[in-house]
Ligand binder design. Structure first.
Ligand code: ACO
Length: 429
């Protein structure tokens, strides 16, 4: 017999089905709630208890084990064995690609990796000091004007073409956002390179010298992009889905997702972590002082890179990144005192009752900035690198939402304002 939830309001009972996901997660299906109860709604700010959709893309479990799987494959195995483009294909199309599917995907992306020259004029209009996340969001939105045909979501071919288009053009915009900031001439990269190697070349090639890809840097970036590639219904992904639910196009939805990612409570945390660690270093490296600040409810300071809405144990991505940070810094011969401060903070936090009781553990962003910095990526670009990694996840989620023909996202509210009152002429106010 299927399970049911019973809700009693003023002595009247209502039954709602319980649906069970493939990992045995249960959810009370309240689709019929308002209709059955004559307009009663639920309230859940921050959606801490509310599922917005059924999704077959990413599974995460924040419990003891700290599980993250894309399409059933563990993040540990993917980070170890796959490359970013394979993971992108997996997320978007549901299965790991065969060699010929992967070759075609890459070839089609390369064929679409040119951005209209006029986009450079838009980029020119930004001050050099503009935050690259704002630049990236604007340029992603601007791409709509240069690719105005709307995608017929019922056509597999149309969907595929839109996907390879954005997978090709997005890294160009990322690289240009960096080059604008560093005053370097814009670069289009090199079709003979792999996807990630080409991104590095587009970002770092100097106009007067050859760019040779460092395999250590390339491998580390590939891994970081995989770790960031999807994370089910987080703030930016939910934004992408909800914007797309109004049937706004893919590029418009992605541009909105970039803005959502920018905030320091979400993707912007990687920049905030590094700035925090720098600040602690400059202040004499006293981690205890900052631990006390983080625990003081009268102090707005939070330990950036700690805590997660879903993981109430170690973020599995943080475990992988911590090891990668050690490896990359050793391989590149970088001795960054910030890494020691980060490890010190982590050790103290993991032993501190405030953090232990609230189940606050390092998240994906705690160590990623240290690796980005060792690669020579400026701190303001860290969240842009996150966006680059998250692109396939956003695409996959947008595609799923459209293919599932989800209704427009339109939450309810409980109104707490004034009751009806008569207008007062200005002379009477
Ligand atoms: N430092 C100090 N205290 C914290 C922190 C932190 N980083 N995070 C949570 N807390 C405390 C809160 O003050 C609250 O304490 P209380 O119960 O005494 O009031 C308790 O822990 C629960 O915190 P909430 O903010 O209610 O948890 P929520 O799930 O809403 O927030 C979030 C999760 C936003 C990630 C939060 O932990 C945070 O601000 N972390 C720092 C920013 C960060 O690293 N963001 C990146 C997240 S990962 C990502 O987006 C890729």
């Amino acid at each position: 017999m299927s399970e049911k939830a019973i809700l009693e309001i003023d002595g009247k009972k209502y039954e709602f089905p319980i649906i069970t996901g493939t990992e045995n997660e249960k959810a009370i299906d309240i689709k019929a709630l308002r209709g059955a109860t004559g307009g009663i709604t639920t309230i859940d700010p921050g959606y801490k208890n509310t599922g917005s959709c059924e999704s077959a893309i990413t599974f995460l479990n924040g419990g003891e084990e700290g599980i993250l799987r894309y399409r059933g494959y563990s993040i540990e195995e993917l980070a170890d064995k796959a490359d970013f483009l394979e993971v992108a294909y997996l997320l978007i199309f549901g299965e790991l690609p065969t060699q010929s599917q992967l070759d075609k995907f890459h070839a089609d992306i390369k064929a679409n990796s040119h951005v209209d020259e006029d986009v450079k004029k838009i980029l020119d209009g930004f001050p050099k000091s503009a935050h690259p996340m704002g630049v990236l969001s604007s340029l992603t939105s601007a791409l709509i004007a240069f690719n105005p045909t709307s995608v017929n979501v019922d056509s597999e071919e149309d969907m595929y073409n839109a996907i390879v288009k954005i997978m090709g053009k997005f890294p160009v915009l990322v690289a240009w956002a960096l080059r604008k900031r560093t005053g370097q001439p814009l670069d289009y990269g090199d079709d003979s390179l792999g996807y990630v190697d080409n991104i590095l070349k587009m970002m770092f090639k100097k106009p007067n010298s050859e760019y040779v890809v460092d395999p250590i840097v390339s491998k580390a970036l590939d891994k970081l992009l995989i770790l960031h590639a999807d994370h089910e219904q987080n703030c930016s992904t939910s934004t992408v889905r909800i914007v797309g639910s109004s049937h706004a196009g893919l590029f418009a939805s992605l541009s909105a997702g970039i803005c959502a990612l920018w905030g320091p409570l979400h993707g912007g945390a990687n920049q905030a972590v590094l700035e925090m660690l720098e600040g602690i270093k400059e202040d004499g490296g006293d981690t205890k002082k900052y631990m006390a600040k983080a625990k003081d409810k009268n102090d707005p300071f939070r330990l950036m890179g700690f805590g997660h809405r879903v993981y109430k144990n170690f973020d599995p991505r943080a475990k992988i990144i911590k090891v990668a940070a050690d490896d990359v810094l050793n391989s590149l011969g970088v001795d960054d005192p910030i890494l020691e401060i980060a490890k010190g903070l982590e050790k103290e936090a993991l032993e501190d009752p405030y953090f232990v009781d609230r189940k606050l553990y390092p998240n994906v962003d705690f160590y990623s900035g240290i690796i980005y910095r060792a690669m020579g990526i400026p701190v303001e670009m860290f969240t842009v690198m996150f966006a680059l990694g998250r692109l396939p996840g956003w695409i996959a989620q947008w595609k799923e939402m459209r293919e599932n023909k989800e209704p427009i996202g339109r939450p309810r509210q409980v109104y707490t304002g004034e009751n009806s009152r008569s207008f007062k002429e200005v002379s009477e106010r």
